[in-house]
Design a protein around this ligand. Structure first.
Ligand code: FAD
Length: 480
């Protein structure tokens, strides 16, 4: 065995099973130094809720690695500089990582690869995070897909990335003297004074074991009705795997293989299993957009939207962020986000539409707020979804599709269970008026203990007027 160790730079791939970079490093026969670098650079730094997740995920991963015989080295600062320092400190002969796809990160990794190669250090990079990488699935003319349905068809016909599933690593040999590591607590990733994430641990357990359990539980309990129920925020009908996937505690290829095995074994219905996989492939599609456009977090994919007459209204933005818009389903969603770090997909679409259409506030404000408050905040999914909601993305919802928050609430939360849970001040309002309490007769409001404007806000905008104003604004940019 060579005495020169190798380094594995872990990023959003905090798992032992089916982790191609970690596996290849171990297979090289060298001693392995796994490293995680926390980069405080504004564009790369996780938001508040994701920092909470990261703390617990790193803790779980470091423990799992210790169980295999390796020590996770933690460092803070600029990734490439720290990797070069570590190569110098340890005399490592190679560096391994799983690839990332934002243009800035691709550029960063390429430059590091070139610099390391110049110093005779080998670099090996892998697909550890997608079903297929952004350049692999192309149209007949060789360009990337801008519409989801043909992309999904192409992924199904070409199949997932070809690599053997890798069992969980049980043994990784690290050097006897490990490079210096930060203490995770010194990064202060979890909030204090106030601890606004106190309730997160009632909903979530970060880490690879818990990700596997969640997949198992979803496949046993909910996948059979996934297509029918996935739009219902009052039912636990989706997998809630998103933060685990975002941090790479479970890889999409593991999900693909498990679901396909169960379909083949007749354990789950094929249509439901494939519908679930198509949602996982939306994540690949978002990465195609992330990879192919310069900056989807800030720049609209459809350039005409750069001239959209967005409003500048800090009071309305704050009401939206706090779940005080006076529209119960919107407020329920925004409060679910604040309390649990997560929001149901259907409600994400409703609150997103409300922000950009009813309030005509910039979609980037929504993107930033979600980035800071979601435990599953993901560069590709968040930006691509906000662009979709605002109508300026690839394959976006057409601009004239403006969700009516009352009918959306009545349709997808028919018994009001979700709305009442997160907007308890309306819990005694009958279903008929729950999504539009301003229409309830005084006697009903009185009986339910609701005083509009006091115990619960009056609507901050009039639905019909806001709808018309949005249509007019969108029509103008379309004409121009
Ligand atoms: P499931 O229905 O169980 O789906 C399984 C997995 O597929 C998800 O975990 C996720 O990885 C992927 N997925 C599902 N729907 C989508 C989608 N529409 N686009 C891309 N991938 C999808 N998802 C994030 O992971 N991070 C984000 O930052 C994020 N921001 C969003 C912002 C807006 C405005 C909207 C409308 C959606 C956003 N989504 C984001 C997509 C989606 O809402 C979540 O992935 C989903 O709600 C997670 O719940 P789940 O794991 O139970 O999903």
């Amino acid at each position: 065995m060579s005495t020169q160790p190798v380094i594995v730079w872990l990023r959003r791939d905090l798992r032992l099973e089916d982790n191609p970079a970690l596996f290849a490093a171990r297979e090289s026969g060298a001693l392995v130094i796994p490293v995680y670098i926390h980069d405080e650079d504004e564009a790369l730094a996780p938001g508040g809720a994701a920092r909470w997740w990261l703390h617990h995920s790193l803790k779980a991963f470091a423990e799992d690695l210790r169980g295999c015989g390796a020590t996770l080295v933690l460092r803070r600062g600029d990734g490439p500089s720290i990797i070069k320092d570590l190569v110098g400190e340890t005399g490592a002969r190679a560096v391994y990582w799983n690839r990332r796809y934002a243009p800035a990160l691709v550029g960063r990794d390429k430059a590091l690869k070139a610099a390391l190669k110049e110093s005779d250090v080998e670099v090996f990079s892998f697909n550890g995070g997608l079903i297929r990488e952004p350049w692999e699935i192309t149209t007949n003319s060789g360009s990337f897909y801008k519409v989801f349905t043909p992309f999904w068809k192409a992924v199904q016909s070409q199949g997932p990335a070809r690599r053997d599933p890798r069992a969980k690593l049980r043994k990784i040999k690290g050097p006897t003297s490990t490079p210096a590591s930060d203490d995770l607590d010194s990064w202060s990733l979890t909030p204090r004074d106030p601890d606004w994430a106190a309730a997160f641990s009632e909903t979530w357990t970060p880490g690879e074991d818990s990700a596997q359990e969640r997949l198992k539980d979803f496949l046993e309990r909910a996948v059979d009705n996934y297509d029918d129920d996935r739009n219902r925020p009052d039912l636990e009908s989706t997998s809630r795997l998103s933060p685990h996937i975002a941090f790479g505690e479970i890889g999409p290829l593991q999900i693909w293989r498990t679901v396909m095995e169960q379909i083949d074994a007749g354990a789950i219905p094929e249509d439901q299993g494939r519908k679930f996989l198509s949602e996982v492939v939306w994540r690949d599609f978002a990465h195609v957009l992330l990879f192919n456009y310069d900056d989807i977090q800030k720049q609209p994919i459809r350039p005409e939207f750069a001239d959209f007459p967005w409003q500048d209204d800090a009071t309305a933005l704050r009401a939206w962020q706090r779940g005080e818009t006076g529209y119960p389903i919107v407020d329920a969603g925004m409060r679910q986000l604040w309390q649990t770090g997560w929001m149901h997909n259907r409600v994400r679409m409703i609150v997103g539409s409300f922000l950009v259409k009813h309030l005509r506030l910039e979609w980037q404000e929504g993107e930033r707020w979600f980035w800071d408050t979601l435990v599953d905040a993901d560069m590709a999914n968040n930006a691509a979804s906000w662009q979709w909601v605002a109508g300026c993305g690839a394959d976006a919802a057409p601009y004239f599709r403006i969700f009516n928050p009352m009918t959306q609430g009545e349709k997808f939360d028919p018994d009001g269970v979700y709305t009442r849970k997160f907007v308890p001040e309306l819990k005694d309002i009958p279903n008929k008026y729950l999504q539009k309490p301003w229409e309830a007769p005084d006697a009903i409001l009185h009986k339910a203990g609701v005083k509009l404007g006091e115990t619960y806000p009056k609507p901050i905008v009039d639905h019909m007027k806001a709808r018309q104003a949005a249509l007019d604004a969108f029509e103008n940019i379309r004409k121009n």
